[in-house]
Design a protein around this ligand. Structure first.
Ligand SMILES: Cc1ncc(COP(=O)(O)O)c(C=O)c1O
Ligand SMILES: N[C@@H](CCCC[NH3+])C(=O)O
Length: 468
């Protein structure tokens, strides 16, 4: 049930409207269900996730904290696995990974996409079979490649001509043959923030189809004794809703696939179409269901393969955000509340919480939108347009740009921000020597710490002092 409507209050003279998509909730005490993980609900004063009242969780574990709804995460992972049955689904660990999550991925029969040695270490420690891991990166070093190849990683996604010789040398040195995919740029302008679009020509990832670099890479990999070319890879970007981007990319990559078959006599057995499926951060977002995505992508690929006269290769995708994103909310405590009068007389209420850009950089970096709600009490106070900000020394330290909160929001209130499972903990920093928050899994009324809160001793552990 959606609890939003266009309210008169937002249009009162002198009142701040916020962005055009933002609607004042009919009842700010209720959740907008599509923004929350599946077990989240209000029970009396409490916001409850995984059967745990977040007020109790905060009392025991403090704030800020990332609260991970295990049932939701695993249902999304399995949902992708089943919707794309017959395909290989690689969970993109960059969205968020820890050993506990890696174990779920392994247990639930998904594959895993790693793009750093650290992600690989965590995945292996979590019990993911190296053969079910693929490894990305536009600048893989020789030691990194040695580690990846010797760990027995299933596939390396080659990202440059330079990397081909480097990887072939490593494989030869280690006396093995490394399966690879070649990452190509399909020249698609994906409709997302420019920092997270990756298939247009003018950026660092992949090998251009148009310039001929992709075909040249394929030729070189085929000629390299230590490498086994398995197929092509394309990832057009992240937080994408418009299926036409995937469609255009798939068509261009399949055309290259067919050209390789025709000119080089090699019908490649695999193809990876990447990740990037968008999620709902606010009511303006309307993500596709994995089953619909799967049907659309299957039909594009089958149609194109028929037209090109090639067999349908073994297909893979790499969703990260669409699995991890909606399953987490960040829990904060309000510290100060400051109504600020703007030019024209309208008031914006700045609500400062005990975290900020160090636990969620996405608002500052991508101008991302989030929502939030009070997590430990109900209020009948008239809503005000609030901006939730952090405690860092930075004016751009904003967590939620615009949200209606009860006008009596006050120090000590708990606030929860949904949709923070992807690219928040994984992009968290120690700015201002902030301590990165814990990740706490909740399920069936039990809260378990998956990643503990950092301590000041952790900060001092890397600061070895002036050794002179
Ligand atoms: C190569 C690759 N695969 C998969 C992903 C996962 O993207 P998302 O989390 O948007 O599904 C990314 C990140 O954008 C990526 O760079
Ligand atoms: N970090 C980005 C997604 C890009 C990920 C990697 N290619 C985000 O938060 O939206």
């Amino acid at each position: 049930m959606t609890t939003t409507h266009e309210a008169g209050w937002a249009h009162a003279s002198g009142a701040l409207r916020g962005p055009s998509w933002l609607r004042q909730p009919t009842d700010p005490n209720e959740l907008v269900p599509q923004l929350w993980s599946r077990t989240a609900h209000k029970r009396g004063d409490d916001l409850v996730v995984g059967g745990v009242a977040l007020a109790d969780l905060a009392a025991e574990h403090m704030t800020p904290a990332y609260v991970l709804d295990e049932e939701d995460f695993r249902a999304r992972a399995v949902g992708f696995r089943d919707a794309f049955a017959g395909w290989q689904v690689y969970y993109a660990a960059k969205a968020f990974v820890c050993t506990g999550v890696a174990r779920w991925i392994a247990e639930d029969g998904l594959h895993l996409d790693a793009c750093s040695s650290g992600e690989l270490t965590v995945a292996l420690r979590g019990g993911v079979d190296p053969a079910r891991i693929e490894y990305h990166g536009n600048n893989k070093t020789v030691p990194e490649l040695r580690r990846v190849v010797s760990a027995g990683v299933g596939k390396v996604i080659v990202d440059s001509l330079t990397e081909i010789d480097r990887l072939a040398d490593v494989a030869r040195d280690l006396g093995t043959v490394q399966p690879v995919l070649v990452r190509v740029t399909a020249g698609v302008e994906a409709h997302t923030h420019e920092y997270i679009a990756t298939a247009h020509e003018d950026q660092k990832f992949g090998l251009s189809i148009t310039s001929g670099d992709a075909f040249e890479a394929v030729r070189r990999v085929l000629a390299a004794p230590g490498l086994e070319l398995r197929g092509l890879h394309s990832h057009i970007g992240s937080q994408i809703f418009d299926a036409s981007g995937f469609e255009v990319a798939a068509r261009r990559v399949l055309a290259l696939h067919a050209r390789i078959a025709a000119e080089l006599g090699v019908e490649l057995p695999e193809m990876n179409l990447g990740g990037g499926f968008g999620i709902a951060y606010t009511t303006q977002d309307d993500p596709a269901d994995p089953a619909d995505l799967a049907a659309a992508m299957r039909s594009i690929v089958e149609h194109e393969c028929r037209a090109l006269g090639v067999a349908v290769p073994q297909l893979s995708i790499e969703p990260g955000r669409a699995i991890a994103g909606p399953s987490v909310c960040t829990l904060y405590t309000v510290g100060t509340v400051k109504p600020v009068r703007l030019d024209g007389g309208a008031v914006r209420t700045y609500v400062s919480v005990d975290g900020g850009m160090s636990d969620n950089i996405r608002t500052a970096l991508y101008d991302a939108d989030y929502s939030c709600t009070m997590a430990d009490r109900r209020s009948e106070a008239e809503p005000v347009l609030a901006r939730v900000v952090g405690k860092h020394c930075e004016a751009g330290d904003v967590v939620v740009k615009d949200e209606f909160l009860p006008g009596d929001v006050r120090p000590g209130d708990l606030l929860a921000v949904p949709g923070t499972g992807a690219y928040c903990r994984s992009m968290a920093s120690n700015y201002n020597h902030a301590l990165r928050p814990p990740v706490i899994a909740v399920r069936d009324g039990v809260a378990r710490v998956l990643v503990r809160r950092e301590t000041e001793d952790d900060l001092l552990a890397t600061d070895v002092g002036d050794q002179e």
